[in-house]
Ligand binder design. Structure first.
Ligand SMILES: [Zn+2]
Ligand SMILES: [Zn+2]
Ligand SMILES: [Zn+2]
Length: 785
């Protein structure tokens, strides 16, 4: 022991450390305990709602060493944001102890996300002689559920859904033994004292319990049945991924037509049979976050075509809990593992609710009796520009905050309409919720309200303001208004949709000051009441100037155009040519519509009836996709744009012309942005070239590539004209990897610094973060109502 070495102890002192960050549920207290024991320093450690408190006393030299080693050797899963030290006179402690949690104080301790099963626990579960052999709820201080079992802070067993499971003697001994890897692991459990699984039929009648339930579920999957599996943050719907009929049945029952389905595979080896798995992807698949990764599928991957029709990628994940590991081992084949919900509703978390909501989808229910405190979906990510980038932020990341540079007032940001998330600022942290979904169903609205109530309770914050989208009809906007009407103290701050995208990208990158935001997506309510989406905003969190945008066009039928890209094509042609359509355009429309349909829509355009004006980049993608013969109708937003991206021939370097016009003068690319108004990106010449190439039989892959390249070239020209060095790329269009990689590369070549999203999605899942940051800046400047 170091304490017995021949040092000159000097007078004893007491050191108090206050450690803040993600330090609960990661084995921080046991680590401190072992370190204090090793250095023979008496004192105590405790979790409180703000973090971990430590007091130790002894000679200064050993206290200094203790302090250094707390930082240097802290547990691998912990995130230390700050350590404050205070020196005090000794209190005469006799030994070192782990004290009971202190409930007082502001709740700012970081709640840790759920952590996928660690290699030690997995080995233990698979080894025959262990007492946790085949036990689906095995975990330790390095792995297991956290956010999905937490009911209140601080993170201690009575505050989790493990409250009802009384530890057996063997588990208690591990829990209390500081040298054990389960010392103070709050969700510790074993077959004697922990949760149990069972297999139910669709009426809720028990078929079998315990280990036999896993084998029976695996067998049912092998026979082509659909099994609903209760996991960490909700139910998955599973079926054999190789079985075309089973996958088709699942799609049909779930009312999920086109969207790709995620797969769960047994291990990395099985992942490599299905997809190309580069080294970085392998590391992320096996990480504690264990996201669904979109990876290029192998040519003859043994997976039914119905899993991801026409898609060059498969979304695959590894099991994140022992339950899933055991099930995949019992199956031996990859399974479809899609969210346990109907269509776009939020994921089911409770077995009785699941019977009701999923009863018509699943044949069997593999359930357990550990309650899920809140829904958390699987995160979805892919690798772009050599880094993992999230498309859906949930398990593994939620609810970790984004840390900003300055303290923010407490603001609740209610997010966008699709891919909704909410955010709550507490000091310098903006806590970003798990993915909630599209606020289109009653279930989704309930989940939205539940997550808000959950966040406010967890962090014990009463917000002083609510930030919302400018769209007056979004249910989130209406909710915010109703809430403010009830509470006269609450201020309301409306945040423009693309401004929120820009601010989210700034906040995630820890950047301040003015940048050029290239914010491209499908739909966002503009300050002029039109539908924006192909925007260049120059600004920061406090404000923006719309320096450039797509040339506006009309969408016949408004919202209906999102489901029918052919309508966007018609809107573009109408804006470009009016009634004097060239032959190629007439031919294209003839392929897309029957005569009556077309006449009705043209009448609408002529009378400007239900034909909102838009500058949407998403709709430009849609329109071009429809014109080249891809996806005249879609089942989800972005489907046509995805098809166009996949079609593009990466070798093609040509680009269609896009004219940059200033105001209405049409004088070409300006030298600098001034008082003469925003730059128009006139896609008219591009549209003409697409029609011409389509008419003369140029391969679709070449046309798709020239279209992407045209947008890249135009955006680089705008950035040059604006003259801002830093450019942020945000908005749903940057889920397009080809566009993102080409544009970021071209901007860098032109001397710009590019800000991209990483762990906050570029799509509307990141909007709530941006809203919180913008609202804070505007309140500071005296805004809000
Ligand atoms: Zn473990
Ligand atoms: Zn036990
Ligand atoms: Zn958006």
């Amino acid at each position: 022991m170091e304490a017995t070495s021949s040092e000159h102890p000097g007078p004893a002192l007491r050191l108090r450390l206050e450690v803040r960050g993600a330090v609960q549920g990661v084995g921080f207290r046991p680590f401190v305990f072992r370190l204090a024991e090793e250095l023979a320093l008496p004192g105590w450690v405790l979790n409180d709602a703000r973090g971990v408190f430590i007091e130790v006393e002894g000679p200064r030299v050993r206290l200094d060493r203790f302090r250094e080693r707390v930082v240097a050797e802290r547990p691998p899963r912990s995130i230390v944001q700050s350590i404050e030290a205070a020196w005090l006179p000794p209190a005469g402690y006799g030994a070192f102890e782990i004290r009971h949690s202190d409930e007082a104080g502001a709740k700012s301790a970081l709640v840790l996300p759920d952590l996928a099963t660690c290699p030690e626990c997995l080995a233990e579960v698979l080894a025959p002689a262990q007492r946790r052999h085949h036990y689906p709820f095995t975990n330790c201080t390095n792995c297991g559920p956290r956010f999905t079992i937490l009911r209140a802070l601080p993170y201690d067993r009575p505050n989790t859904t493990m409250l009802g499971f009384v530890l057996c003697a063997a588990c208690r001994a591990e829990y209390e033994e500081p040298r054990d890897r389960r010392f103070h692991a709050q969700p510790i459990a074993c077959p004697q004292c922990g949760p149990v699984i069972a297999l139910w039929d669709a009426s809720g009648a028990g078929v079998v319990r315990g280990g036999a339930a896993l084998d029976a579920a695996a067998q049912a999957l092998g026979e082509g049945r659909v099994v609903a599996v209760k996991g960490l943050g909700g139910f998955h719907l599973m079926c054999d991924a190789r079985d075309r009929a089973a996958v088709a049945r699942l799609r049909e029952r779930k009312l999920r037509v086109g969207k790709p389905l995620a797969l769960m595979v047994r291990d990395l080896g099985q992942a490599r049979e299905l997809c190309e798995v580069p080294e970085l992807a392998a590391r992320w698949l096996e990480s504690v976050e264990a996201p669904i990764l979109l990876l290029p599928r192998r040519p003859h991957a043994p997976v039914a075509a119905e899993v991801a029709p026409g898609n060059p990628n498969l979304g695959i994940m590894l099991p994140a809990t022992p339950l899933h590991h055991l099930l995949l081992h019992a199956c031996g084949f990859p399974v479809v593992a899609t969210s346990g919900n109907l269509s776009d509703e939020p994921i089911c978390t409770n077995e009785y609710q699941a019977l009701e909501r999923l009863g018509d989808i699943a044949d069997l229910f593999l359930v357990h009796d550990r309650p899920i405190a809140r829904h958390v979906d699987d995160s979805v990510a892919w690798l772009v520009r050599g880094e993992l980038r999230l498309l859906r932020r949930a398990r593994g990341w939620a609810p970790l905050p984004v840390t900003v540079k300055h303290e923010l007032p407490a603001i609740l940001a209610v997010g966008a309409h699709l891919k909704n998330t909410v955010a709550l600022s507490v000091g310098r942290q903006v806590f970003l919720s798990q993915h909630i979904g599209d606020l289109e169903t009653e279930e989704a609205m309930k989940a939205f309200e539940r997550v808000i109530a959950d966040f406010l309770r967890l962090y014990e914050v009463s917000p002083s303001a609510i930030a919302h989208d400018l769209h007056p009809d979004y249910l989130s906007t209406r909710w915010a208004r109703a809430r403010a009407a009830e509470d006269g103290e609450l201020r309301l701050v409306g945040v423009q949709h693309h401004h929120a995208h820009l601010a989210a990208c700034l906040a995630e990158n820890g950047a301040e000051g003015r940048v050029l935001g290239v914010t491209w997506d499908g739909t966002g309510y503009g300050t002029d009441g039109t539908v924006w989406g192909g925007e260049f905003l120059l600004g920061d969190a406090a404000g923006f100037e719309r320096v450039a945008h797509l040339r506006p066009f009309r969408l016949p039928g408004g919202e209906a155009a999102i489901r029918e890209p052919r309508r966007a094509a018609l809107g573009l042609l109408w804006e470009s040519f009016g009634e004097a359509l060239p032959d190629e355009a007439v031919a294209a429309l003839g392929r897309l519509f029957d005569g009556d349909e077309l006449r009705v829509l043209v009448r609408m355009l002529e009378r400007e009836l239900n034909c909102p004006v838009t500058t949407s980049m998403g709709r430009l993608f849609d329109g071009v996709a429809a014109l080249v013969g891809l996806q005249p109708r879609v089942t989800f937003e972005g489907e046509a744009a995805m098809a166009l991206e996949w079609e593009a021939d990466p070798a093609e370097q040509g680009a269609y012309p896009v004219d940059l016009l200033v105001g209405s003068q049409g004088s070409g690319a300006p030298a600098a942005v001034g008082s003469w108004g925003p730059i128009f990106l006139d896609w008219g010449p591009l549209l003409g070239a697409v029609l011409e190439d389509t008419g003369s039989g140029v391969p679709r892959g070449i046309i798709a590539a020239r279209f992407h390249n045209a947008l890249v070239r135009a955006a680089v020209q705008v950035a040059g004209a604006v003259g801002e060095e830093r450019v942020a790329l945000s908005g749903g269009c940057f889920q397009n990897r080809l566009l993102t990689e080409r544009l970021a590369g071209a901007l860098e070549q032109a001397g710009h610094a590019v800000l991209l999203h990483r762990h906050v999605p570029p799509n509307d899942g990141g909007v709530s973060l941006g809203q919180a940051v913008v609202a804070a800046a505007q309140l500071k400047a005296g805004g809000g109502t």
